[in-house]
Design a protein around this ligand. Structure first.
Ligand SMILES: C[S@@+](CC[C@H](N)C(=O)[O-])C[C@H]1O[C@@H](n2cnc3c(N)ncnc32)[C@H](O)[C@@H]1O
Length: 221
């Protein structure tokens, strides 16, 4: 049975500080995935850009750094992640990034709102990635672009850290926190299954590349 939205919030609220800590280390040592994602996204001044499932806000902050006059939004279901993202953005000197609660399966924006969307490590962790892909398509302007990154078969270093964190938290007190590691939908994508979902959502062109321990999709509307 898929994890409930409340379960997702409890889970991600619980792991937010540890994830954020490890994410800062892994993204700095990762010289392939983030540059590839940002080059593919190519953020520009004046654009409206969404970081969907922003977590600690690492992509939103990088985008704001590259395109200082872009309107950057970060949505996430977890209030604790949003607080961390806000704090990280303030520390980096970007207090104009708008972080807000939002579900990637039901994005709280009108159709054709964004020029670009980045989404890293989220689709494989949600019950209905097809719905999220349709939402990306809906909220993108015509000619817009979504750049999506997912672990490749779940074997990447980042995923091992992530699972380690879950086990660590489970060992502390899984029952009181109201979830178990078994609740996490382990839905890792192959290039083929990711392409199927994105083309199924309506994207006209989907280019997929294997980058380090990830697969990255560049989708044009
Ligand atoms: C593995 S983390 C990735 C965070 C960030 N994108 C990064 O690159 O570090 C997954 C994030 O997705 C968020 N998330 C999970 N389900 C979500 C949903 N349905 N809508 C929005 N965010 C969601 C979690 O709270 C968490 O912050």
């Amino acid at each position: 049975m898929p994890i409930s939205k409340e379960g997702t919030v409890r889970l991600y609220d619980a792991i937010a500080p540890l994830y954020s800590f490890f994410r800062k280390i892994t993204h700095k040592s990762d010289d392939k995935i983030m540059p590839f994602m940002l080059n593919s996204l190519d953020p520009r001044n004046g654009e409206v850009i969404l970081d969907a499932g922003t977590g600690p806000g690492i992509y939103a902050i990088k985008i704001a750094e590259i395109a200082r006059d872009a309107q950057v939004y970060g949505i996430d279901l977890s209030p604790n992640f949003l607080k961390l993202a806000e704090r990280n953005a303030m520390k980096a000197g970007f207090n104009h990034i708008k972080f807000m609660k939002g579900d990637v399966e039901d994005i709280p924006f009108n159709d054709h709102h964004f020029d670009k969307i980045v989404c890293a490590g989220v689709l494989s962790a949600i019950p209905n990635p097809e719905q999220a892909a349709c939402e990306f398509y809906r909220v993108l302007k015509m000619g817009g672009r979504a750049v999506i990154q997912e672990p490749n078969g779940g074997l990447g270093a980042r995923d091992r850290y992530f699972l380690l964190l879950l086990y660590a938290i489970g060992l502390i007190n899984p029952k009181r926190r109201g979830f178990s590691v078994g609740d996490i939908p382990q839905y890792f994508f192959s290039q083929r299954s990711l392409r199927k979902i994105l083309e199924g959502a309506g994207f006209e062109r989907v280019e997929i590349a294997e980058v380090g321990s990830s697969i990255c999709a560049i989708c044009s509307k």
